[in-house]
Ligand binder design. Structure first.
Ligand code: PMP
Length: 432
């Protein structure tokens, strides 16, 4: 596949933009280097690059694009906000409408606040939890990425792990000392941590389904245990549903497992492809936020009409019947097809899939925590990624990321992808 224009643009980008990219996960460092493909546009579940090459897209812009690109209903919503003014700096009825939609979908949200990114949403839940409890520490799970605010760049996965620097430079030792990290799915380790630091712990922060070292589900009873242990110590439970909100079911991960946190952070899908974040939870906790309470949080762009309209439109699409069944159906076809081909070519492949999201690990062991994902073979993944890209299938350039199915994907896209997998696996046999 000729990608010469991408190479030229990447060279130019490197002269002006640090590292040539505006988010490190877009570089190909995690797959041994190379030129990120510059896209010209997205059409449904496809991306078209600046050289005119077409790709089936499983990146989904790292999660938000569950409907596929340029969905007509979302296009219309954005066009409407463009004609009405995209930022008014006053309350608008759209904020009420969207807040009510979120509350109807996710019943633990008694009060919400809109912000502009997942990072902001998580960062603020932590501040509010500290304001509410009068405590400083948080407990998080190793390898889980919660955005790039200082506090959660300790033992973070995804971007930082792929780049081989789990702890960012510039995060002070004092801040790092406020974070206790335990392995995901390890209730005993959590109990030990809370026995030691429970009285100082403001909150336990958890992705109810991990999305950042691949898709890793909580083991039976784990989320119940998180609630029980945290609450017994007077600590709050915060769910980071930035990836999982509206991903697997309209009610989000907390509905899927029937366990409710005290606070939830959201982002990605709820913006319909525009920048957004939101957080919310119990009213008595949320009422600690300014202007009602002493915990300050603000935002010039927060609740802007464009993001509100795009988010409302996206949720309207997801509310339609059969949407999540379609994603699940295609996810299952992919999983079964990839596993059959791995078997045929004797490649060590394990897949973690939940409905329309899956991760392909090159390992012989089940992946239940960060260590498992780390043990997945990065060299095999890097080759797989490049083979797939060459054949017109765009995955995330990291062994830790998920493939995200989109409502716009069709069975024909899956057939095309599985043919590419077949060829990729066949070529990869020389690495064994
Ligand atoms: N939390 C989780 C679970 C995420 O996956 C991400 C982004 N990958 C974030 C928080 C941060 O969101 P954003 O990139 O919108 O700041």
């Amino acid at each position: 596949m000729d990608q010469h224009t991408s190479r030229e643009l990447y060279q130019e980008a490197n002269e002006h933009i640090v590292g040539g990219v505006n988010s490190p996960s877009r570089s190909f460092k995690g797959v041994g280097g190379g030129t990120p493909v510059f896209m010209d546009r997205g059409e449904g579940a496809h991306l078209i690059d600046v050289d005119g090459n077409r790709y089936v897209d499983f990146l989904g812009a790292y999660g938000p694009m569950i409907t596929g690109h340029a969905h007509p209903h979302i296009q219309a919503a954005i066009a409407k906000s463009a004609s009405e003014g995209t930022l008014l700096g006053t309350p608008t009825v759209l904020e009420n409408t969207f807040a009510k939609m979120l509350k109807e979908a996710i019943t633990s949200l008694e009060k919400v606040r809109f912000v502009n990114s997942g990072t902001e949403a998580v960062m603020t839940t932590i501040r509010v939890a500290r304001a509410y409890t009068g405590r400083d520490k948080i407990i998080k799970f190793s390898g889980c990425y919660h955005g790039h605010s200082d506090l959660v760049l300790v033992a973070a996965g995804s971007g930082p792990a792929t780049l081989g620097s789990p702890d960012s430079a510039g995060v002070t030792k004092n801040i790092a000392a406020e974070v206790v990290t335990v392995p995901f799915n390890d209730a005993e380790a959590l109990e030990r941590a809370l026995t030691e630091w429970g009285s100082e712990t403001a909150a336990v922060l958890v992705e109810p389904i991990v999305g950042n070292f691949g898709i890793v589900e909580p083991e039976e009873g784990f989320l119940e245990k998180v609630n029980e242990l945290a609450h017994a110590n007077g600590s709050l439970v915060i769910y980071d549903e930035v990836i999982t909100a509206f991903r697997f079911t309209y009610g989000s991960a907390q509905e899927l497992y029937g366990v409710q946190p005290d606070m939830t952070a959201m982002g990605k899908i709820i913006g319909g492809g525009l920048p957004i974040g939101a957080y919310g939870g119990r009213a008595d906790i949320m009422e600690r936020v300014a202007p009602l309470g002493p915990a300050y949080q603000a935002g010039t762009m927060s609740g802007n009409p464009a993001s509100m309209r795009a988010g409302i439109a996206c949720l309207e699409i997801l509310k339609e019947e059969g949407v999540y069944e379609h994603l699940d159906h295609l996810g299952k076809l992919l999983e079964e097809g990839i596993l059959a081909r791995a078997d045929r070519y004797r490649l060590p492949v394990k897949i973690n899939r939940l409905k329309g999201a899956l991760t392909v690990y090159f390992t012989t062991e089940e992946v239940k925590d960060y260590q498992g994902a780390e043990d997945s073979d990065g060299i095999l993944f890097a080759r797989f990624f490049k083979e797939m890209l060459d054949q017109g299938v765009h995955l995330a350039p990291s062994k830790y990321e998920a493939w995200f199915l989109q409502t716009a994907h069709t069975e024909a896209d899956i057939t095309f992808t599985l043919d590419a997998v077949d060829q990729a696996f066949q070529n990869m046999r020389e690495l064994l």
